[in-house]
Write a protein that binds this ligand. Structure first.
Ligand code: GTP
Ligand code: MG
Length: 136
């Protein structure tokens, strides 16, 4: 069965939305295989977001991700990689569809990085790489 890496980013943890986000994943029928609270260091975050190195939001993104703990979750289900990204909604919370995690719970705070509550792997290759990075 397919697996993906979901992160509840520091904004989701600080806003006490962990339970609400887990509820949505479970209500969809996906299985929580492993879960932990993580204070990620720069090394891990740099590897996680290496595709964005050099972009204007890259440094603010790493600073934001270092600002507090995230919840890392190994989630399993048929087509869960695509399915979780539909549950999450598009990157910008202002325009993410209502009914999605980002559309219902997120908004643009006018900061240098979009604080959009969650991360989900975007392909089978990313999922394999990211699960190895966050769950050794
Ligand atoms: P993730 O699931 O976190 O990877 O989000 P994503 O796949 O929807 O977005 P992407 O991988 O393109 O970008 C990673 C993260 O960088 C996003 O979730 C945002 O937090 C931030 N980000 C991406 N694009 C922008 C942008 O254009 N402006 C700003 N300010 N932040 C961005
Ligand atoms: Mg991404």
């Amino acid at each position: 069965v397919e697996e993906t890496l979901v992160l509840i980013k520091p904004d989701g943890v600080v806003r006490n939305l962990t339970g609400e986000i887990l509820r949505r994943i479970e209500a969809k029928g996906y299985k929580l295989v492993d879960i932990k609270l993580v204070e990620a260091d720069r090394g891990r975050l740099g590897t996680h977001y290496e595709e964005h190195a050099g972009k204007p939001f890259y440094e603010p993104l790493l600073e934001f991700m270092e600002s507090g703990p995230s919840v890392a979750i190994r989630v399993a289900g048929n087509r869960v990689i695509e399915g979780f990204r539909v549950l999450a909604g598009t990157t910008d919370p202002t325009t993410a569809a209502a009914g999605t995690i980002r559309g219902d719970l997120g908004r643009d705070w006018g900061l240098a990085v979009q604080q959009n509550l969650v991360h989900g792997s975007d392909s089978p290759e990313s999922a394999e790489r990211e699960l190895a990075l966050w769950f050794d």
